[in-house]
Design a protein around this ligand. Sequence first.
Ligand code: MG
Length: 299
Amino acid sequence: MEGFVIKDVRFAALVLPNAPLELLGEDFRWTEGPVWFADHEQLLFSDLPNDRIMRWTEAGVSTFRFPSHFSNGNCRDRQGRLVTCSHLQRNISRTEIDGGVTVLADRYEGYRLNSPNDIVVKSDDSIWFTDPHYGINTDYEGGRQEPELPARVYRLDADGSLRVVADDFDGPNGLCFSPDERLLYICETGHQFAPSPRQHIRVFSLSADGKSLNEGRMFHKVEPGYADGISCDEQGNIWSSAADGVHCISPDGELLGKILVPFTVANLAFGGRHRSRLFICAGQRLYAIYTNTRGALLL
Ligand code: MG
């Protein structure tokens, strides 16, 4: 199967041997934060250093928002609204049905967040996001600014209260829940631009009330490159970005196989009519490939 690396027979059932890797758009600067809107048959994604959010539909690519305040990760909440991480404004925001933008969180105990990176919503409406320093280390990704807080992972409740759920990270990055929401996978990318022993995916079980994390453990180390963005399919496999493409990792942490992509992959999201099409943000390009699985649905 050209374009795939099969490490385990289970992977052969998850992909389609004749499905091509399709180039959907190019000439961006650095794509990130893909999120699928089934009701609009569109994918939104950040073109981070170009300070814009783009929209892909079958009709082509257009600009959804400029400036985006150097947006990075995006997701939808349970009501279908876009929720976005901004490096420049150091916040997470929600785009309302009327188009207005509401800041949901920009401070913790009076100190400014660093540069929220990636974001997911849980079935109880809580919003979980990572807040590393990357986005304010350089002017390229949103403007050099001084951090005021350690790199952490937060949970924002529907009542607006913000809690730290993990603080022993150098650089927390992408994150996703298992389909039953009993596990949270969090990528750690260490110190950006430098190889680090802390470049791996960790997994945490959730407490009985689903509001905090029990002690985590190492889940998988992606090589080459590292895991930046991750998505879960409905069988609980983790699909991760890597330097050579997309890696598929079983729930027990084994590499099952790879979809080879000619540029470093930063993030990915399932979408399309059956949530079986994998959209891939890879450097200056946006790709997609049809798979034989489906992205996990929120409970
Ligand atoms: Mg990221």
